[in-house]
Write a protein that binds this ligand. Structure first.
Ligand code: GRF
Length: 202
């Protein structure tokens, strides 16, 4: 059984998708043990409450630094046996406090085909650049921003009349499928890291 912790900051639709697929048995061997948020008003926390998940909700403004904030999260997470951390719309950069403790155990979903368009507003960046294709990427998290080893990617065409919202909606549909598949493979121990390369053993 893999114990999963989900980090969210907002809507939490990826969290919802993962949780539902665990519930339905589509991701066997997995259990969500806690949901972490850096935003007490995150909409996704309502769902976490309804489902009765443990919630760790902290306000970054109460901590002197990013590292101190992550230390507080680490302290709380030490109560759990954590196998996997899924960043799901977590809008805060993870510090080495967490990346070193959970090396190879933190994954993220990004709404672009990395290494193109890292950081915020990836969908808008792709449109403004004039790209014809974007998509989403699930990757392991390292110390950089959206720089860790790529696990899986899915391309989504950019249409001539796309705006940020339209493209984000179409990418989100693929995010939910891709993230579930990546979590499932992780939980089945089918992802092997070889340097920067992620080998998928199907
Ligand atoms: C997603 O597009 C995710 O890729 C990005 O932020 C958005 C979060 O959506 N990092 P949600 O909170 O999972 O609905």
């Amino acid at each position: 059984m893999k114990n999963i912790v989900i980090f969210i900051s907002g809507r939490g639709s990826n969290f919802h998708a993962i949780a539902q697929n665990i519930e339905s048995g589509n991701i066997p061997n997995a259990k969500i043990v806690a949901v972490v948020s850096n935003n007490p008003n995150a909409k996704g926390l309502q769902y976490a409450k309804q489902q009765g998940y443990d919630i760790i909700s902290l306000s970054p403004t109460e901590y002197a630094s990013n590292a101190d904030f992550d230390k507080a999260i680490l302290e709380r997470l030490s109560l759990y046996e954590v196998d996997l951390i899924c960043l799901a719309g977590y809008m805060k950069i993870i510090s080495p406090v967490l990346t070193s403790k959970y090396q190879g155990k933190i994954i993220n979903i990004h709404p672009a085909l990395l290494p193109a368009f890292p950081g915020l507003h990836a969908q808008r960046q792709a449109i403004e650049y004039g790209a014809k294709v974007s998509g989403c990427t699930v990757h392991f998290v390292d110390e950089g921003v959206d720089t860790g080893p790529i696990i899986m990617q899915k391309a989504v065409d950019i249409m001539p009349d796309d705006d940020e919202e339209l493209l984000s909606e179409r990418i989100l549909i693929e995010e939910h499928k891709l993230y579930i598949e990546a979590v499932r493979l992780f939980c089945e121990d089918k992802l092997k890291l070889k340097g920067r390369n992620v080998i998928i053993e199907r």
